[in-house]
Design a protein around this ligand. Structure first.
Ligand SMILES: C[S@@+](CC[C@H](N)C(=O)[O-])C[C@H]1O[C@@H](n2cnc3c(N)ncnc32)[C@H](O)[C@@H]1O
Length: 220
């Protein structure tokens, strides 16, 4: 990772962020986030991290004028619950939000938000223990990045989404193509499993307009 990359700028001098990006296996990632959990919200708010809010806005826009009763949302890699909190701000009623994350300590903080129905430990680099066609929207923010979860999770997100439902994900833009996320999204499209609705570049922080890639897929 070059010192001037967007990810290096976001991580700055933060030792947890640097270690999270440098993780070479799931056990290292879990340790970093278990240790970071108590300080995570303060650190990312200090860095002006924008992705949870931008993804939540997209989710609410996709719901549009639909009858918002019992809309089921899976927040994959939910961390401390920042996406759930933004969703509740924007759409206080009608959403049932479940969360998955590798780190129990991050999930403990997410539980304290009272936003989520179910929260479970899960490794998104493996098959996810959820049934096909379960969620109206699967959202994943900040988890498709260096040292975290690779592109093989996209078929799983599509499998879990209901037919006609959506996957909303943010990916670190500097690895969107090079690490195969774009290719996996294209393969799903070619296989007729999902349709790419949009992929736009977003700011990783509120002060920037680049660094992240926001992808919306519709399950066919
Ligand atoms: C940068 S945080 C993002 C959390 C939250 N979505 C947000 O935007 O604040 C990345 C999250 O990915 C989780 N994570 C890393 N590797 C994972 C894996 N293999 N499976 C599931 N979650 C993972 C971490 O525990 C952490 O909570």
């Amino acid at each position: 990772m070059s010192q001037t990359s967007d990810s290096a700028r976001l991580a700055g001098e933060n030792k947890y962020w640097q270690r999270a990006y440098a993780s070479s296996n799931v056990s290292e990632s879990r340790d970093v986030y278990d240790q970071w959990a108590m300080e995570y919200d303060q650190d990312v708010s200090g860095a002006d991290y924008a992705a949870p809010e931008l993804a939540a806005q997209t989710v609410v826009k996709l719901l549009g004028d639909a009858d918002k009763d019992d809309i089921k949302i899976l927040d994959a890699g939910c961390g401390t619950g920042l996406v759930g909190l933004r969703l509740r701000d924007l759409q206080p009623k009608g959403l049932v939000i479940d969360g998955l994350d590798l780190s129990q300590k991050m999930l403990d903080i997410a539980r304290n938000t009272d936003v989520y129905r179910d929260l479970h430990v899960a490794d998104l680099s493996q098959r996810i223990a959820l049934q096909d066609d379960s969620y109206d929207i699967v959202v994943c923010v900040g988890t498709l990045t260096h040292g975290h979860v690779g592109p093989s999770v996209f078929p799983e997100f599509v499998r879990i989404a209901k037919k006609g439902g959506f996957v909303v994900a943010t990916i670190l833009d500097e690895i969107w193509e090079s690490k195969g996320y774009k290719g996996e999204v294209e393969r799903l499209g070619d296989a007729g499993r999902s349709k790419l609705v949009s992929d736009d570049v977003i700011g990783l922080t509120r002060a920037t307009t680049t660094g992240g890639r926001r992808v919306v897929l519709r399950k066919l």
